[in-house]
Design a protein around this ligand. Structure first.
Ligand SMILES: Cc1cc2nc3c(=O)[nH]c(=O)nc-3n(C[C@H](O)[C@H](O)[C@H](O)COP(=O)(O)OP(=O)(O)OC[C@H]3O[C@@H](n4cnc5c(N)ncnc54)[C@H](O)[C@@H]3O)c2cc1C
Length: 414
């Protein structure tokens, strides 16, 4: 078949790759000059099944309420005139029971772990340089009580096969000596040795090149405006360069998927949740992180991509606004410098903001809705780089009429 993949983020490009492996002719449509230029550019790069906990938990309503009054650095919720925000928030709140949080976390963990196994297959088959670091991720806490709570919470993922090691502060420093000067700030950590990191944009761009080398097309600089339909078929995609026609279509536009889908009567509760990142050249600094870490108290994440550090933080409800100013980064910069004083050339940090495509239950949408030949692969939220590889394989399986190798109960759109 000829398959048109809408969106050239990590989800769209990995999907095109898997479809091409199945023998399909693929065309990726992307408005930016290169793939992985929007959300898939500046994320923390963590392939983190160990970070599968859903945001829609029983604690979330109070955290949201508090953020209205307190100037919280990690979560910034404010009132807006956007009706979609309230519709989404209501659905989100409906997912915040402990039973649903547990169920959604386990579904997400299963998908994330499956996805990591597919990533393993892809990198075994393809020479893709993306600054991979496979030394795991350290989730560290600043007080013994918080560490104990973290360890208790991790039991859920452990019951689903996640390997965890609880580390004392000395063991943390032994694992990553770059944290030596911050030793006294750390009570201990949970190390997920099978979690990993890598630069998602570098990966996506390298994979896109493979797709092109094998005869696929990546139409960059091409903006999609809508669909042409006939009965229960999509028969074309309208772009600023003309109408593109295929036998099947995959919707992988991240936070923009609902805006296009609603034009043909498909409602997708995906809302943008803004995050910020710094990319810091290490330069000649001697003590850059060697193992990725998450400061669970401040909710700041640190990854090492070769000669750079990527630091990310903040969940902000700001609609589709990706603008940023230096003060948005002062807190995360301060935390990073405090932990890794000789970790990088902080004056040359590159600032970035992007939008997580969040669904109320933090699980992506798969399968078909309303149209026979339009497949959804969208709404991957805060761990979309992690879930993209498996999601791509699932989409190829569904299109081929094969049963995916991971159970789909609870994951298919109804
Ligand atoms: C601060 C931050 C940190 C994160 N950290 C991690 C992490 O450590 N690990 C992890 O797994 N995930 C992480 N994520 C989440 C991850 O980045 C996303 O889930 C993932 O990138 C989503 O990929 P996508 O392809 O769906 O969306 P995108 O990357 O946004 O791709 C969608 C593409 O569609 C294109 N597009 C949109 N509209 C149109 C149109 N009309 N016409 C043509 N093209 C269009 C866009 O240009 C874009 O390239 C993080 C996100 C943020 C913001």
């Amino acid at each position: 078949m000829k398959v048109i993949v809408l969106g050239g983020g990590v989800v769209g490009v990995t999907t095109a790759y898997q479809l091409q492996k199945d023998g399909h002719e693929v065309v990726v449509v992307e408005r930016q000059p290169t793939v992985a230029t929007e959300t898939s550019w500046g994320n923390a790069g963590m392939i983190a099944p160990g970070h599968s906990f859903v945001w829609s938990s029983p604690k979330a309503p109070m955290t949201l309420l508090k953020s209205l009054v307190l100037k919280d650095q990690a979560l910034r919720f404010k009132f807006s005139t956007d009706a979609r925000l309230y519709a989404w928030s209501w659905l989100f709140l409906m997912e915040c029971t402990s039973e649903k949080a547990r169920r959604n976390t386990l579904l997400k963990h299963r998908l994330a772990a499956y996805s990591q196994s597919i990533l393993g297959e892809v990198i075994a088959e393809e020479a893709v340089d993306y600054d991979r670091n496979d030394r795991g991720i350290i989730y560290f806490h600043r007080s013994q009580e918080a560490l104990d709570r973290g360890v208790a919470q991790m039991k859920l993922l452990e019951s689903d096969g996640q390997i965890i090691k609880v580390l004392s502060r000395d063991q943390v420093v032994a694992l990553d000596p770059s944290l030596a000067s911050a030793r006294d700030k750390i009570a201990g950590a949970i190390h997920c040795p099978t979690d990993e990191t890598g630069d998602p944009a570098k990966f996506t761009r390298a994979l896109a090149k493979k797709v092109i080398q094998r005869g696929g097309a990546i139409l960059t600089g091409t903006t999609i405006g809508g669909f042409e339909t006939s009965g229960d078929d999509v028969i074309g995609v309208r772009t600023d360069k003309g109408v593109l026609k295929g036998d099947a279509y995959v919707l992988a536009l991240g936070t923009y998927s609902p805006l296009l889908a609603r034009k043909i009567g498909i409602k997708l509760p995906i809302y943008p949740v803004k995050g910020y990142s710094l990319t810091i050249p290490i330069g000649d600094q001697p003590m850059a992180p060697t193992v990725a870490a998450v400061d669970e108290h401040n909710l700041v994440a640190f990854s090492r991509f070769g000669d750079r550090i990527r630091v990310t933080a903040t969940a902000e409800f700001a609609g589709y606004d990706t603008s940023h100013k230096p003060s948005d980064f002062s807190f995360m910069k301060r935390v990073t410098q405090e932990l890794y004083p000789e970790g990088g050339d902080y004056d040359r940090a590159e600032m970035w903001a992007g939008l997580r495509p969040m669904t109320p239950n933090n699980l992506p949408f798969f399968g078909r809705r309303k149209y026979r030949n339009l497949y959804l692969n969208t709404g991957h939220g805060h761990i979309g780089w992690t879930m993209s590889h498996g999601s791509a394989r699932i989409t190829a399986d569904l299109m081929a009429g094969r049963t995916p190798a991971t159970p789909m109960d609870g994951l298919l759109a109804d």
